[in-house]
Write a protein that binds this ligand. Structure first.
Ligand SMILES: *[C@@H]1O[C@H](CO)[C@@H](O)[C@H](O)[C@H]1NC(C)=O
Ligand SMILES: *[C@@H]1O[C@H](CO)[C@@H](O)[C@H](O)[C@H]1NC(C)=O
Length: 315
């Protein structure tokens, strides 16, 4: 029993070490000279290669990556003596982008980061020294562009109901950009261990961060747009009916807004089995529920992929 525990902890530690090794080349963070611009080597769709394989440890992350025609690498994990090996395709960047769009499509909440203005207005209750500091806050989201009669057919730009009193939307009104972080960690219990003998691990599940800015919808809204926004948004957030824009007895003034996405950063899970890095924004915004825009992808849309644990899908 005790031995088991020690064994698990040593596996976990090793995985963290490997993660550290994996993250470094992705971010392009220099190993020694931290004075360099840390992001200068970041490349869109960069291949993740561990610098070292910890093959001196008994378990492990002995992973091999070999491209096949599908551009999906094959990953083998398990001990080197071949006892416990499993093999599965490592998703290509394209498939990862489809999954990231699916993550947005299914998301109901996310963490939105904004930055307090450089000078906190005297009328604000915020302490003066949070000026210029980022503030991440959980917010409701809905992927509504597809539903809009005058939308772009579902281009991966999330919809918000912005409360004017909220810190997030005060900061955007003062000119802050936003980033939105989504994850699949709530679904841990539906997934399976990624490595033989390794515990269920949120760190092995996808998360994505969208960068961009908020654009309020025009007012007054065309009637069809208003109806479409309401039915799409309320399908995810029935409780939000009370504070929707134009709601008569709403406790707060609110407005419809969309997030224009300029960059997407993806962490598919552990770096030896998943992609980690910056996504191709043309692909991100070109993906639809079914298929994608001409010149993008291979005919698949975000409804053709699954996230870990969905409908018995595991890798
Ligand atoms: C920040 O927002 C401005 C518009 O307010 C936009 O032009 C710019 O692209 C945004 N930056 C990023 C990284 O999204
Ligand atoms: C992004 O994807 C598009 C469409 O597949 C492609 O034409 C473009 O070269 C890619 N951009 C980068 C920076 O890889």
């Amino acid at each position: 029993m005790e031995l088991d525990r020690v064994w698990s902890i040593s596996k976990l530690l090793t995985t963290c070490l490997v993660l550290g090794q994996v993250a470094r080349p992705v971010l392009g963070v220099p190993v020694v000279d931290a004075g360099d611009a840390p992001f200068q080597h970041a490349v869109i769709g960069q291949e993740v290669q561990p610098e070292r394989i910890y093959d001196d440890m008994d378990l492990l992350l002995h992973s091999s990556a070999a491209s096949d025609e599908d551009n999906a690498d094959t990953v083998t994990v398990g001990s080197q003596d071949g006892e416990e090996k499993t093999t599965f395709p490592r998703p290509s960047w394209w498939v990862s982008t489809l999954r990231a769009r699916r993550l947005l499509a299914l998301a109901k909440t996310g963490v939105v980061s904004t930055v307090f203005p450089d000078r906190i207005p005297p009328s604000s209750f915020a302490p003066p020294d949070v000026a210029g500091v980022s503030v991440p806050l959980p917010e409701y989201v809905a992927d509504c562009d597809e539903a809009l009669p005058d939308g772009n057919g579902g281009d991966g730009s999330p919809t918000f109901v912005g409360l004017k009193i909220s810190t997030t939307f005060r900061n955007t009104a003062a000119g802050s950009n936003i980033s939105l972080s989504l994850d699949w960690w709530d679904h841990l219990d539906e997934t399976r261990p990624i490595y033989p003998g390794f515990p269920l691990s949120p760190a092995g599940l996808p998360r994505v961060t969208l960068f961009g800015y908020v654009v309020p919808f025009e007012t007054p809204l065309p009637r069809g747009t208003k109806r479409a926004l309401e039915s799409c948004y309320l399908a995810k957030h029935p409780d939000a009916r009370v504070w929707l824009p134009d709601q008569k007895f709403s406790p707060h003034e609110s407005f419809w807004a969309k997030m224009v996405v300029t960059h997407v950063y993806w962490i598919g899970g552990f770096g030896d089995t998943q992609q980690i890095g910056w996504m191709n924004i043309t692909e991100w915004s070109g993906i639809r529920r079914k298929g994608s825009l001409p010149g993008v992808g291979d005919g698949r849309g975000w409804d053709d992929v699954r996230l870990p644990g969905e409908n018995g899908y595991y890798s």
